[in-house]
Design a protein. Structure first.
Ligand code: DX5
Ligand code: ZN
Length: 223
């Protein structure tokens, strides 16, 4: 199971320092929450920040595009990302945009909001490398988890097994020390977190998540 650190809760004036500490602490991926003030009610960062992070660090970057016209920016985001994830709800021809991402030789992801059911994306699951299950409404870090959405991880795992597919399953939003064990019991491949990693002592936070993960995995008998 991988840990992906969303820089949304990092100290952006000290991003290099915070990311270095997170990488030393053992994160597997950097999660870039790109917001456009249109698809979601918040604005964050984008291509220049992603390129700067890429120049300085080698670990994989996943760009989570919470923007209305992701198709316009695939070229740029693919240039520094290992995964580019677009939203099912972004009102574009998702399948075509996913294809465009794949043609760049990187992983194509689709994210679904808490109110979107797995049924909606079932027809494209054979074309994705990554499904990001949102457990908050996208827009901000530090929100309370919508636990009802966790069941979608189980549904996706079932479909993956039955249809012999390969996509990874990520979970994003509201993960904290109190609910991490419960999240793990659903068996995601990637855990995304902003505040539970960057608020407070970064290495200690990552250790806590890692320990909770291994205890739960061993406890539930999964590998
Ligand atoms: C929400 C973002 C999440 C967010 C997670 O719109 O997609 O990645 O940064 O933040 P936490 O872990 O604090 O809920
Ligand atoms: Zn995100």
């Amino acid at each position: 199971m991988k840990i992906s650190a969303s820089i949304l809760s990092a100290d952006l004036l000290n991003l290099e320092r915070d990311l270095k500490e997170a990488i030393d602490g053992g994160i597997d991926l950097i999660h870039l929450d790109v917001m456009d003030g249109h698809f979601v009610p918040n604005l964050t960062f984008g291509i220049p920040v992603g390129k700067s992070v890429r120049k300085r660090f080698d670990i994989p970057i996943e760009s989570h595009l919470m923007i209305s016209n992701p198709d316009r920016y695939i070229e740029e985001y693919s240039s520094f990302s290992e995964y580019v994830t677009i939203h099912w709800e972004s009102a574009v021809q998702v399948s075509r945009v996913l294809q465009k991402i794949k043609e760049k030789g990187i992983k194509a992801g689709v994210a679904i909001n808490p109110s979107t059911e797995v049924d909606s994306i079932e027809g494209i699951l054979d074309r994705v490398d990554y499904v990001l299950v949102m457990t908050v409404n996208p827009g901000f870090s530090g929100q309370k988890m919508i636990k009802d959405a966790l069941g979608k991880i189980d549904i996706l795992r079932g479909i993956r097994e039955k249809q012999n597919l390969n996509f990874e399953i990520g979970v994003d939003g509201g993960i904290n020390r109190d609910n991490i064990k419960e999240v793990i019991t659903h068996g995601p491949d990637i855990i995304v977190s902003a505040s539970a990693i960057f608020n407070g002592k970064i290495k200690e936070n990552i250790n806590f998540l890692r320990n909770a993960m291994s205890v739960s995995v061993n406890g539930s008998g999964n590998s």
